[in-house]
Write a protein of this length. Structure first.
Length: 369
């Protein structure tokens, strides 16, 4: 992390203390110290980064976001907008060891101008050269006359993004998504369809061997991001698991990933089991950053920033009367601070990536025979 930009923020001593509190809270919440034996994989929907609807994210928020990210090895980020200025500031704060791969922004109203991004620590993770936005293939059907036709399938609202990476002895494809929300229904048919069709496509792809020497059978397939899943018991989750994906056991019992914490398990990390087994370390979590920054009790510290928003709901009058303290509090908790940080918490899991001893042990046993 580069902390030199602290000189450009107001009240740098307070923010420096907050960064120390974030480090402490990350450790207390179970995030391990990064090491050479494991990889820390994470996913985070960072709300409208950066649409400036809740006011421009200043260096205070960007430092908090960068500090959290720095404790992982690779993170899939959703809701990155077309303008990458704020995002690139975060990358610079992380330092020269970090790099990223971003998709183009998905066009159209449904795409919401969003990009998918993988941000990774090059000291632990390397890009293997394969990347692409996923377009679902047409469906092969037959007409009444027996003629074979290929009918296009409805694409996802926001185009999923697949990239190949390697960390230690493990090669893996990550596909990150932001599944449509649609209706306020746990089993919204369109949401279920998007998850099912994508999971089905990736299941088939995971069984295909690459044409070159870098045999795809050694790659593990992950699907991670914002699925807008309400509950693991819903049809949305079944659409994922019915196509061979599994959620690591340590993630199944985690708390909610949305800030509202109202029975929502929006974010998920899932994988397809293969013969070469992935080793999860039983360490996983969801990090609630509001325990440390932009706390409930800190509303008054940011009143000036909230009041400066042009035409902000916070500063408007309602029926000729100034908004009540309760209404201001609600605006701070559910709108303003979630546009500074996010309305989602990052989810992470630790995976073993160094198998030197196992390889040498097996090699020695084979030689003895």
């Amino acid at each position: 992390m580069w902390y030199t930009k602290l000189n450009d923020v107001s009240d740098p001593q307070r923010i420096a203390k907050k960064l120390l509190e974030i480090k402490k809270e990350l450790r207390q919440s179970g995030v391990p110290v990064k090491d050479s034996q494991h990889m820390l994989l994470a996913t985070w929907n960072i709300r409208e980064f950066d649409s400036t609807k809740g006011g421009e994210r200043g260096y205070e928020a960007l430092y908090y976001i960068a500090e959290i990210i720095s404790h992982f090895d690779i993170i899939a980020i959703q809701e990155i907008r077309g303008d990458l200025v704020a995002f690139k500031k975060v990358v610079r704060l992380l330092g020269n060891e970090w790099d990223y791969i971003a998709s183009d922004e998905t066009a159209g109203v449904q795409g919401n101008g969003e990009r998918m991004v993988f941000l990774y620590d090059t000291r632990k993770v390397s890009f293997t050269g394969i990347a692409g936005e996923i377009v679902l293939p047409p469906v092969k059907e037959k007409t009444n006359g027996g003629e074979r036709v290929y009918n296009p399938i409805r694409q996802l609202y926001r185009t999923p993004y697949l990239c190949g990476f390697r960390s230690g002895w493990v090669k893996f494809f990550l596909t990150t998504v932001h599944i449509r929300y649609g209706k306020d229904d746990p089993n919204d048919p369109e949401r279920v369809r998007e998850i099912f069709e994508l999971a089905k496509f990736l299941k088939k792809r995971s069984k295909v061997r690459a044409a070159n020497n870098d045999d795809q059978k050694y790659y593990h397939f992950f699907l991670l991001g914002d699925f807008n899943i309400y509950s693991p018991q819903d049809a949305t989750m079944q659409a994922l698991t019915s196509n061979g994906f599994m959620v690591p056991e340590e993630l199944e019992v985690l708390p909610h990933t949305n800030v509202g914490k109202k029975k929502r398990h929006y974010d998920q990390i899932a994988f397809i089991p293969k013969k070469r087994k992935l080793e999860f370390t039983k360490k996983a979590g969801v990090f609630d950053f509001f325990k440390t920054v932009y706390r409930d009790a800190e509303e008054q510290m940011y009143v000036e920033q909230m009041d400066s928003l042009p035409k902000a709901t916070y500063s408007r009058k309602s029926n000729g009367n100034q908004r009540t303290a309760k209404e201001k509090e609600r605006f701070y908790k559910t709108y303003w601070r979630t546009h500074q940080m996010s309305d989602h918490f990052p989810m992470w899991v630790q995976i073993k990536t160094n198998f030197e001893e196992e390889f040498l042990t097996d090699f020695g046993e084979i030689d003895d025979q």
